[in-house]
Design a binder for this molecule. Structure first.
Ligand SMILES: [Zn+2]
Length: 499
């Protein structure tokens, strides 16, 4: 697993568990598209870490004083033209006319709608409250199955055309990614365990609010779905997540079944995906949706203001867990609306319904934890002090490769005996496992100043001989290892396959 102090820098919209599943698809084109999404993400991360955005490439407008809403959004859309170099060719700046490219139009409009939510509902000028320009690149990669926020800009793929369509098509996805930027500029919730799941939940909450506000949907009218517009073809009508009914967003042979819990009783304790950040986010997501629907009216008003106040307020810390966050929202509601107000009681009740706070009538301080385990700071299994002394790798050694994380939170696992792999892969695995390479990378990740990437993937590798049990974020892997893992995952012909 990753270091415990990782902070948010980037986010992709398709959870790893979904991309992983697709990469295992029996449909070669789909699998290739999903793999490419994964691989490009990794490569970009490495590239970005090495190269900060040049100053010359930075915003045109001087930063405004905090709190100023002067001027409206500053948007800049670029076209990556099927490549992976960012930002690509600039195609539309603020106020420029429509280019006729629907992806450009959707990105431009979506960034504007997101800016408008923060400005008009919360009096916040852009992600940093100081008018930060909003930049996005479209047509990233080929059949690229993802969208992400890389810490400086949004990036949208065109999708594989079979399962995923254009990633600009979903306004809540655009809002989700940009919300990672707001979180980064405010609470700085670390991307691990419960704080990581809260980080993801904040993005779903504010992403959904962007869409609800744009459509003029009250809480009762809202679909509370994330990414519904992305799924096409036979999956049309399904979504990546459901905030009001976690676990029901999708159920099909291609993607499997939505694994999100909606209650602490079902909290998923996992090392995958930074401790299940795309899975356990279902719990705080549902609390928000329950609150909004119980109060009625527009969710970006009372519920949105409470959540926004906590996210951007002084009480929250980067390692905030569910119970602490819940308590902060209760406090915020009491401060604004009064201790016995319907608003405060509704907040308390929503968290009780998802098992984060105890039943409402058991006390009013909202502090009874109903499930504090699996917090964001639990230590992962510590890598041994494996020095890279070559170890023999038995011919029958079985290696398990697992990819988790990503926007959709899908995970993919394959166990295979090395001798059943193509000769080239078998050779690479022997070298990697025998040389202690993975343990060395994992140790470096733990010790280093690495920063987790929201919605990025993690790869786990388990082997008994030689003893190996590592979990490594994709952006920490050299290209050849990521490709080895992907090739190994992709060749799966066993059960659980999609067809
Ligand atoms: Zn995210």
């Amino acid at each position: 697993m990753t270091g415990d102090n990782d902070h948010t820098t980037r986010c992709t919209i398709v959870p790893p568990h979904i991309l992983e599943r697709l990469a295992l698809s029996g449909d070669a084109e789909l699998a290739a598209a999903a793999r490419e999404a994964l691989i490009d993400l990794d490569a970009r991360r490495l590239h970005r870490r090495a190269q900060a955005t040049p100053e010359s490439d930075r915003p045109r407008r001087p930063r405004l004083a905090a709190g100023s809403l002067e001027g409206g959004p500053v948007r800049l859309i670029s076209d990556a033209q099927g490549g992976t170099r960012l930002p690509g060719t600039s195609v539309r700046g603020e106020g420029d006319p429509d280019t006729g490219d629907v992806a450009v139009t959707e990105a431009y409009d979506g960034l504007g709608d997101t800016w408008a939510l923060y400005a008009e509902a919360f009096e916040r000028n852009s992600l940093d409250a100081r008018g930060l320009p909003l930049r996005a690149s479209v047509h990233y990669g080929r059949d690229y199955d993802n969208a992400f926020w890389d810490g400086t800009q949004m990036v949208f793929g065109d999708g594989d055309g079979k399962i995923f369509g254009r990633f600009t098509a979903s306004l809540d996805v655009i809002g989700h990614e940009l919300a990672h930027g707001v979180t980064e500029h405010t609470a700085g919730l670390m991307y691990q365990g419960q704080p990581g799941a809260l980080n993801e939940s904040m993005s779903d909450v504010f992403g959904s609010l962007v869409k609800q506000r744009k459509l003029g949907h009250s809480a009762d009218a809202a679909d509370w779905l994330i990414g519904a517009e992305l799924l096409i073809g036979e999956l049309a009508g399904q979504a990546l997540r459901s905030m009001i009914a976690p676990g029901t967003a999708y159920d099909n042979p291609l993607l499997g079944k939505d694994p999100q819990p909606g209650h602490m009783d079902d909290f998923v304790d996992t090392d995958e995906d930074h401790g299940g950040v795309h899975i356990n986010s279902g719990i705080p997501n549902r609390a928000f949706a329950l609150l909004a629907t119980s109060l009625g009216g527009n969710a970006w008003e009372v519920p949105g203001r409470i959540w926004y106040a906590v996210l951007t307020g002084p009480g929250i810390s980067a390692d905030c867990d569910f119970v602490t966050f819940a308590g902060l929202t209760v406090d915020a509601a009491i401060t604004t609306y009064g201790v016995d107000s319907p608003e405060a009681l509704a907040v308390r009740s929503a968290w009780a319904q998802v098992g984060v706070l105890g039943p409402v009538d058991e006390g009013e301080d909202g502090s009874e934890p109903a499930g504090g385990e699996a917090g964001g700071s639990e230590p992962g299994p510590v890598a041994d002090d494996d020095t890279p002394d070559p170890q023999p790798v038995p011919s029958r050694a079985v290696v398990q490769v697992r990819r988790s994380g990503g926007l959709a939170g899908l995970s993919k696992t394959r166990s295979i005996s090395l001798e059943d792999l193509p000769a080239g892969q078998e050779q690479q695995w022997r070298s990697v496992l025998g040389g202690g390479t993975l343990q060395a990378i994992e140790a470096r990740v733990k010790d280093g100043p690495s920063r987790a990437v929201p919605d990025g993937y993690c790869y786990g590798v388990i082997c008994d001989l030689p003893p190996t049990d590592v979990e490594i974020p994709e952006q920490q892997l050299p290209d050849h290892l990521r490709e080895l893992f992907e090739d190994t995952l992709a060749d799966d012909g066993g059960p659980g396959k999609s067809s």
